[in-house]
Design a protein around this ligand. Structure first.
Ligand code: G6P
Length: 610
């Protein structure tokens, strides 16, 4: 049997009813709300009287619910799991929960246990029989081992986790102590939702947001249980830490539902006017707290992954115009780029929607060790990144469920513009015109959304049969081109690359032949003439030119096969508008090609592994 650490990203859900009502439909619902965290396999464990029942299988939650008949079952306490594997087989036996030998202890886990092989061998020598190939299974057997020595169940869990090396969010259900859901956290997110008639435990707030906004965010080292009348938490790393303070989640439950939209991605694209509006207000209030840090820093590294890296790059271009010494760094490259030079006079500005991305957290840990100050920009207020930062700014984008970032990209850019305004204010530098433009973005975007959507749909009809595309831009247009290219690649599976337009002469142009789609991000700035020259070069080699251009721009229009006109506003702000038609283009191409844009293959919303 091949045994390997799973390297998984998962969603965990658990629920206990305070008044002995059936929780199974809500448990299924919680898992559906977390499906964006993984969709390879799923499983449930609940108590039926005093028996522990486990049902699990590979495949989607919807299929599982249909086939297993789980909704016909009743129970007032249960745990569940949805899994996304990057390696390690996707199979029924590898699906969580995992049991001990007796079948009395069920464990669901998010994370990786690095030393599971040696623990497994040790337990096998003691006679434990393993059923799966997972690292998680050692946890249920370890707890069984300590519990059989006469410890309390909580004590047995504590002793078990002392043996684990790695990261985990754990939720455990047992018939030995069947009125409680046990949990432990180290390096993976886990939170408790406190409802009127139920208590929830989950990897993320959207899991329970439709029933309660009151949450407790667990910290590394927290271990405890929820029962019908008690929430017990102690911290094994720092025993002096009391209970975490409850927070009131500022999100609206509707924000975590699709409503009348066919997909979360489309809903989240349409939400951008509101999300940007909220973000402007919320970042404006919080940015003052970081101004001195930024002005006193020698150097600012802006670190992110995926779309969060592209918004970081936007910030680098923008801040450089105003004399701030910044560099955007891809989180997974941070160690090699800055690991030996970052120091206590520097700031690492970590950007992450989820606040859980492994690479970003890793970069932060490296920078912290070298004494740098950490400021984070996150969307998820209960995130690990927020907890390990010296200061943190939470955007007001609301929950983002679609795997591909949309509204959190535009709100990250809006946040950087607002932060810049507050910095420049402190220096007595005028940034009013840009702020005026930014404050107009929500209204302009609302007015233009339908138009952008129709245009994108038309272009998508033509794009849907293409196999490759280039996205080109210069200056502030380049990060936007990168983001547009990423969207098309990740949800429509069209091979797509993005270059600074000037660089496209140094290689990419060799691929241009008749009908090759080139998407041009044409801004009304000092790079305009160079962009036009580049388009002419592409066109003369047969490329099909799709231009996003300033409204009324005749010159670029005449050179283009398709155009999307973007309303004028200040050149430092206007690029936010450009990203929206690009998101819609990727969305429509994906749908026309028959793909689910909310669940792109092989991708996960938050990548919590190396
Ligand atoms: C994954 C998601 C992307 C996201 C990236 C960074 O790859 O699919 O949409 O941009 O992670 O995520 P973060 O939560 O750190 O912004």
């Amino acid at each position: 049997m091949q045994v390997e650490a799973e390297t998984v990203m998962c969603g965990i859900a658990a629920i206990i009813s305070k008044n002995f009502r059936n929780v199974i439909p809500k448990l299924v619902r919680m898992l559906k709300n977390l499906e964006y965290r993984g969709y390879d396999s799923c499983g449930f464990a609940f108590l039926d009287g005093t028996s522990l029942v486990v049902a699990k299988a590979k495949g989607t939650i919807d299929n599982f619910v249909k086939k297993s008949g789980i909704l016909k079952q009743t129970s007032d306490i249960g745990i569940a799991h949805t899994r996304w594997a990057t390696h390690g087989a996707v199979s029924d036996t590898n699906a969580h929960p995992h049991l001990d030998c007796s079948g009395d202890i069920a464990v669901v886990h998010n994370g990786i246990i690095d030393n599971f092989m040696e623990l497994r061998e040790e337990l096998e020598r003691k006679g434990h029989i393993f059923r799966s190939e997972t690292d998680t299974e050692v946890i249920s057997h370890l707890i069984e081992h300590y519990y059989s020595q006469g410890k309390s169940f909580l004590e047995a869990i504590k002793m078990a986790i002392r043996k684990l090396r790695g990261t985990y969010a754990l939720v455990i259900l047992t018939r030995h102590d069947g009125d409680k859901i046990f949990f432990a956290r180290n390096g993976q997110p886990l939170m408790i939702g406190v409802g009127n008639s139920e208590i929830y435990v989950a990897s993320d707030i959207p899991a329970f947001l439709e029933w309660t906004k009151k949450a407790l965010i667990l910290r590394d080292g927290d271990i405890g249980f929820v029962s019908r009348n008690e929430i017990y938490i102690e911290n094994v790393i720092n025993p002096d830490l009391g209970m975490p303070e409850p927070i009131e989640v500022p999100w609206d439950p509707d924000q975590a539902q699709k409503g009348e939209f066919p997909f979360f991605m489309l809903k989240e694209i349409y939400e951008q006017p509101d999300a940007i509006q909220r973000t402007i207000m919320s970042v404006l209030h919080k940015a003052e707290g970081i101004v001195d840090d930024i002005l006193n820093a020698d150097f600012i590294y802006i670190v992110g992954a995926g779309s969060s890296y592209y918004s970081s790059l936007y910030a680098q271009y923008l801040y450089a115009r105003w004399g701030l010494r910044t560099m955007a760094v891809i989180a997974s490259e941070f160690e090699d780029i800055a690991g030996h030079v970052v120091d206590r006079n520097d700031i690492v500005f970590a950007v992450s929607q989820s606040g859980e991305t492994f690479d970003t957290i890793q970069a932060v840990k490296i920078a912290k060790k070298r004494g740098a100050k950490i400021i984070s920009l996150v969307n998820n207020m209960g995130s690990t990144l927020r907890m390990i930062s010296d200061k943190s700014i939470v955007m007001g984008a609301g929950p983002e469920i679609g795997v591909a970032a949309t509204k959190t990209f535009s709100t990250q850019i809006a946040s950087f513009i607002v932060i810049l305004k507050v910095i420049l204010d402190a220096q007595g530098v005028d940034y009013e015109e840009q702020m005026k433009s930014l404050s107009m973005v929500p209204r302009v975007l609302s007015e233009k959304m339908k138009h952008f959507d129709e245009k994108a749909m038309l272009i998508a009809e033509w794009m849907k049969t293409k196999t490759d595309a280039f996205f080109l831009g210069r200056g502030l247009g380049y990060p936007i081109a990168l983001e547009g290219s990423l969207k098309l690649k990740e949800i429509a599976y069209i091979h797509s690359e993005s270059y600074p337009a000037g660089e496209s002469k140094h290689g990419p142009i060799a691929l241009i032949e008749k009908g090759f789609p080139v998407i041009e991000i044409i801004l009304n700035d000092k790079n305009y003439d160079a962009m036009i020259a580049g388009i002419q070069e592409m066109k003369s080699r047969g490329a099909m030119i799709i231009s996003l251009l300033p409204e009324g721009d005749q010159k670029a229009s005449e050179l283009s096969d398709h155009i999307v006109e973007i309303p004028h506003m200040h050149e430092e702000v206007m690029p936010i508008l450009y990203v929206v038609p690009l998101q819609l283009l990727a969305y429509h191409v994906a749908v026309k090609r028959g793909y689910d844009p909310d669940k792109p293959r092989n991708l996960a919303k938050s990548v919590t592994v190396k």
